[in-house]
Design a binder for this molecule. Structure first.
Ligand code: ADE
Length: 226
């Protein structure tokens, strides 16, 4: 899969692309990431990318010309703009993107992007969450990592992306490993029992309890056998 990232800060991605799952996916040739430096498409000798908003008001707006210059030749790719005004990024968003052969992420900056960029050169606006960051780079890095681990051949254990939070619409149960006791803090007895049916029932109940407590909104959309 190929991911293009259009950003004013390509250097931001040096760390996230080098390590762990993403680093390995790139090294193994399963994932290709191309960073496009928006600054190189800036206007005039100052390589200007932004301007004051028509109608007045605070902040700066990203101009259309540099983004049009980059995005127009890329018409056959799926183009995502990261912005706090977008649809929330969910596991199903990443599942959908990971099935594409290529995708282009545009990292917004400043107070916004000229709406004509969105109208003519963007297919989808996506938000990392209900908070405002300085730009879309963190969201793009999160999406790249979320996609990389879904690509065939990337995660060692093929089951590990199936049995995880959000796959069955629930949060994950608590997990434990050795030692069975530390400073008197014991691992739940049932996990040491060897009774796999009871362990599975316990895990399901823990997932439900956690989800009820922390994310009751997730339970609304679930089938009633949960
Ligand atoms: N840019 C600024 N805030 C953002 C957010 N929450 N999600 C995606 N892009 C952003």
């Amino acid at each position: 899969m190929k991911i293009r990232v259009v950003t004013m800060f390509p250097e931001y991605f040096e760390g996230p692309l080098d390590v762990s799952i993403v680093g390995r996916a790139i090294e193994d040739g399963i994932l290709e990431v191309e960073l496009i430096d928006l600054r190189e498409h800036g206007l005039g000798k100052h390589k200007q990318l932004d301007d004051t908003p028509f109608g007045g008001g605070p902040g700066m707006v990203m101009r259309i010309e540099p983004l049009a210059g980059v995005l127009e030749p890329l018409e056959n790719t799926h183009r995502v703009l990261f912005t706090p005004s977008g649809h929330p990024m969910k596991q199903e968003t990443l599942d959908r993107w990971a099935a594409l052969e290529e995708i282009t992420f545009v990292c917004g900056r400043y107070e916004g992007v000229d709406q004509r960029v969105i109208d003519h050169f963007i297919d989808e606006e996506t938000s990392l969450g209900d908070y405002v960051l300085a730009g879309g780079e963190v969201a793009a890095a999160a999406a790249i990592e979320g996609i990389a681990r879904l690509l065939p051949g990337v995660v060692g254990n093929p089951d590990s992306t199936v049995f995880e939070s959000f796959r069955d619409g629930l949060l994950e149960e608590p997990v434990y490993t050795r030692p069975a006791e530390f400073r008197g803090w014991k691992v739940p007895e049932i996990l040491l029992s060897g009774d796999h049916a009871r362990i599975e029932a316990w895990r399901k109940e823990q997932r439900l309890q956690r989800t009820r407590e922390r994310r009751p909104d997730l339970l609304d959309g679930l089938p009633s056998d949960n």
